[in-house]
Design a protein around this ligand. Structure first.
Ligand code: GLC
Length: 476
């Protein structure tokens, strides 16, 4: 099967979040399973700066987007059996950041328009196009419009993957004509409208042949008002074509036995070496270097749905527990200021880095004892899986992919690979952290058994890639 994977960010080219990791590893797993896979993404300035010279120029064309007539270059690159195509347009993508511009809907409408218009310039016509989030959501619309006149496009199936329903790609109704160019076409019967505005994700939900999301629990949650962000009704209507497929992680990249970013490599049989990473982490963050103090790690975007309001409420209690906290992330000023305050007040107990660093992230996963991830909502979550693979025991809120990957430890049994709380409140979170810290301090054998279960977990893409293939095949 020829699969075309459409994403607005892809590791190693560019990344702002988990989508890039998925787009950087699922296509490889599909290729390894024997499929013919290509990935297509915008040729951002950042990608040009990092990889520019390595791409092969395949050609160019002019793309019609509403009344705009825009240049579109196509570049190609091959890596590990996957083909990568890049859509080049200096005006839309030659900017410092990936997103955050007033004309983002136009930029990604152009991207989708270009993908569909350039299909014939790719090495292979796809059987299935798997596109992601709102940025890819014009794909089924433009495909249907073109297939109206071009029979050869009619057999191509489209699959939408929702990574986070909070971002839907909303814009004013007048953009239907002025920007998207769909007014009066076969996809202008309200498909891309919701609540009096254009909603790109909603249109894709209606038009795609199948919808996947990144964990089974999130697939259920999306059908409820608490999580659906206004799209629960339409999703319920299309539930018959909806699937929850759990993400994996790149277990070659994320391997504590070989990871060059760790001070010391280790396996479940050489956990002693892990102590060295903990000491290095304590040194790096200016914490008291002491193996007997439990370190709780957090690597997170600092935004409210990551559960940071709970952490804020419980923080003084955590400090009184005598733990150290290692925090890496950036985001809303409110949270950044909160942690800065604590880091200034307790420099030996709170290690804070505002920003993002792969090296520091890995030293937290590979050195901290516990990993706190109390997200209010979490479609899948990759950090908890990386943490487990590195023997850093997760404490999570039972939601979305966190509920699907972390099983609560049950005392006196060999069940459980972490700690979790069900009701979203800071007391329950505090109590679970206390339980975890207590086990770490007083029941070393039990705690070590949890670490070993974590490290033995299967976080590969193998099973999920098979599920994607089954879904794709069922459409043809
Ligand atoms: C989004 C979600 C996250 C998920 C990731 C990859 O970033 O918020 O939960 O793991 O996409 O699918």
């Amino acid at each position: 099967m020829n699969i075309l994977y459409v994403a607005s960010e892809v590791v190693p080219f560019c990344k702002t979040g988990g989508l890039a990791d998925v787009a950087g590893s699922l296509p490889n797993a599909l290729a390894q399973a024997g499929e013919n896979v290509a990935v297509i993404l915008p040729y951002y300035k950042k990608v040009h700066e990092k990889f520019g010279g390595q791409f092969q120029f395949k050609g160019y064309d002019y793309i019609q987007l509403s009344w705009r007539h825009a240049y579109c270059g196509l570049f190609k690159y091959e890596m590990n059996g996957v083909k990568y195509y890049l859509i080049d347009n200096e005006y839309y993508f030659g900017r410092d950041n990936l997103y955050g511009y007033d004309d983002d809907p136009e930029r990604f409408a152009f991207f989708c328009r270009a993908v569909i218009s350039m299909l014939r310039n790719l090495d292979d016509m796809p059987d299935v196009i798997n596109f992601n989030d709102w940025q890819g959501s014009m794909i089924p619309g433009y495909l249907k419009m073109d297939a109206f006149n071009d029979e050869s496009l009619r057999d191509i199936k489209t699959v939408l993957t929702i990574h986070n329903i909070e971002y839907q790609g909303k814009t004013g109704l007048s953009d239907k004509a002025d920007v998207l160019g769909i007014s009066g076409t076969c996809v202008d019967y309200g498909q891309y409208e919701q609540d009096g505005c254009v909603n790109l994700l909603k249109g894709a939900i209606v038009l795609a042949d199948a919808i996947t999301t990144v964990s089974p629990t999130y697939a259920q949650e999306l059908l409820t008002p608490a999580f659906g962000q206004g799209l629960e009704g339409i999703l319920e209507h299309f539930e018959y074509k909806m699937y929850g497929v759990l993400n994996g992680i790149d277990t070659v990249r994320y391997n504590p036995e070989t990871d060059a970013l760790l001070s010391a490599n280790f396996t479940a049989d050489t956990l002693k070496n892990r102590q060295e990473n903990k000491a290095a982490l304590q040194v790096a963050l200016g914490l008291e270097v002491n193996p007997d103090i439990p370190v709780i790690g957090m690597v997170s975007r600092m935004v409210s749905h990551k559960g940071l309001d709970l952490v804020e409420e419980a923080f003084e209690g955590l400090m009184d527990m005598g733990v150290q906290v290692a925090i890496l992330g950036q985001g809303d000023a409110r949270y950044e200021e909160f942690y800065k305050g604590w880091a200034a007040a307790r420099p030996y107990q709170v290690g804070l880095t505002i920003g993002y660093s792969d090296a520091l992230a890995m030293s937290i996963y590979g050195g901290a004892d516990l990993f706190l991830m109390p997200s209010k909502s979490e479609p899948c979550g990759l950090s908890q899986m990386i943490a487990m693979r590195y023997g850093c025991v997760p404490i999570v809120h039972e939601v979305g992919g966190l509920a699907d990957t972390v099983t609560a430890y049950q005392h006196g049994t060999d069940i459980g690979n972490g700690f979790s709380f069900g009701a979203y409140n800071s007391h329950d979170m505090y109590n679970v952290v206390k339980e975890a810290v207590g086990l770490w301090k007083d029941y070393n054998e039990e705690f070590t058994a949890i670490i070993k279960r974590d490290m033995a977990g299967d976080f590969t893409w193998d099973k999920s890639a098979q599920e994607y293939i089954r879904i794709f095949e069922s459409l043809n």
